[in-house]
Design a protein around this ligand. Structure first.
Ligand code: FES
Length: 404
């Protein structure tokens, strides 16, 4: 986009919301790049990310931030891939601060040097979310297919030394659920203000590795009891979030608080997405910020309007007295499990396809509860596996002989 086109867009009058009562986006997730030094088995990026290599320029990202703020977005997450792979992150943070966003860096920590932390601090970054894969070096390094545990520990100390509030994020599954107490101890030792124990949700690479990662109900119960015990012991010293996986529920989550309701994601190549996993859905053309103003994308595009409101619903959602609460659940999960994104999320026990979820949980119970790293083949997120899965992104499961 030329500089004059950018200036025209910035000065353009704001788009009037459609008469539908759709509010503005509140949360912008800027997925700056799909490049990442880690290869996590549960990465939420699309399994066919290698087919989306283009990245917006610095000027294009600055324009996105300006438009989003003008639309009403207040929270901004810088994510990826690994957002630190972008040399212009510091510039984007400075712009975001100037615009009045509350900013969060969602990072593996790889590349977060003292010098970078100094600059990010000076440029106004508010918050850092640092991911760990486990409390042990063995499992952390196995699940990310890297040797990064010691480095992450150093980065955690540096984040605190620079005075940032820190969320420690650890995705949970059958490998590390038995370590929940140690993970909490690690977060406390690091001085994290928040610990997000996010049980794996099965999209993207996690869906491809579902059989390997799915825990047992007993593992979950025990982990939840541990979390409760710690919460009582530590009070407000560290706030612990424990997010239960959908497959163990009988009612679906109100995914993204509703499609096109508050969340606006922009992928590295500029595709605008109503949720992180939306790219896996067939039959939706996602508009691109390179050629369509953000207001038009948010209020007028088919992609953002497709699952707003209730008109798109089929039975049993359409006549369900709970539809205003859960909005039919998650469109991406409905597609992954039933091949129709307009179906009820089969997590709901009113769905005629709920048995598919029950079966997965039952099969998980029949496998040994704990697995040593490498005991079952795991499909790591890397370019070779992405290219292999690109033909079948929706139903990919780890081929029996694929380890890395
Ligand atoms: Fe896409 Fe739930 S993850 S709608």
């Amino acid at each position: 986009m030329s500089d004059s086109a950018l200036a025209d867009r910035k000065n353009a009058p704001q788009h009037a919301p459609a008469a539908s009562g759709v509010g503005p986006p509140l949360w912008l997730l800027a997925e700056l790049t799909y490049r990442c030094p880690l290869h996590c088995a549960f990465c939420y990026n699309p399994v066919d990310y290698t087919g989306h290599r283009d990245e917006l320029s610095t000027a294009q990202w600055l324009d996105v931030l300006q438009q989003a703020r003008k639309l009403g977005a207040a929270q901004l997450g810088f994510s990826g891939g690994e957002p630190l792979m972008r040399d212009d992150l510091d510039t984007l943070v400075a712009e975001a601060r100037g615009l009045g966003f509350y900013t969060n860096l969602i990072t593996s920590g790889i590349g977060l040097t003292d010098a970078r932390l100094d600059t990010l601090k000076a440029n106004g970054l508010d918050h850092i979310q640092l991911s760990f894969q486990d409390s042990t070096q063995e499992l952390n390094d196995f699940l990310s297919s890297t040797r990064t545990f010691d480095l992450k520990n150093r980065v955690a100390r540096a984040i605190k030394a620079h005075g940032f509030p820190m969320v420690l994020n650890c995705v949970l599954h059958r490998y590390n659920l038995p370590h929940v107490d140690k993970i909490i101890d690690m977060a406390l030792a690091m001085g994290a203000e928040y610990l997000e124990l996010a049980n794996t949700q099965y999209y993207g690479w996690a869906h491809a590795n579902r059989a390997q990662l799915m825990p047992t109900a007993e593992q979950l119960r025990e982990a939840e009891a541990v979390v409760e015990r710690y919460r009582e012991e530590i009070g407000n010293r560290c706030k612990i979030f424990f997010v239960v996986p959908d497959y163990f529920e009988t009612r679906p989550k109100r995914c993204m608080n509703g499609w096109g309701s508050v969340f606006l994601g922009v992928a590295p190549d500029g595709a605008a997405l109503p949720c992180h996993a939306a790219r896996s859905l067939p039959g939706l053309a996602f508009p691109n910020v390179k050629d369509t103003p953000l207001a038009q994308i948010w209020y007028d595009s088919d992609a953002f309007n497709r699952f707003r409101g209730f008109d798109w619903m089929k039975e049993p959602c359409r006549s369900c007295d709970e539809k205003t609460r859960d909005l039919g659940g998650c469109r991406c999960q409905a597609y992954l499990l039933t091949l129709d994104p307009a179906n009820a999320d089969p997590v709901c026990d009113k769905s005629p396809e709920h048995e598919k979820v029950v079966r997965v949980v039952r099969e998980a119970a029949q496998r040994p509860a704990t697995l040593a790293p490498g005991e079952q083949p795991v499909l790591f997120r890397n370019d070779a596996n992405s290219r292999r899965l690109s033909d079948h992104p929706a139903n990919g499961t780890a081929p029996a002989n694929t380890v890395r």
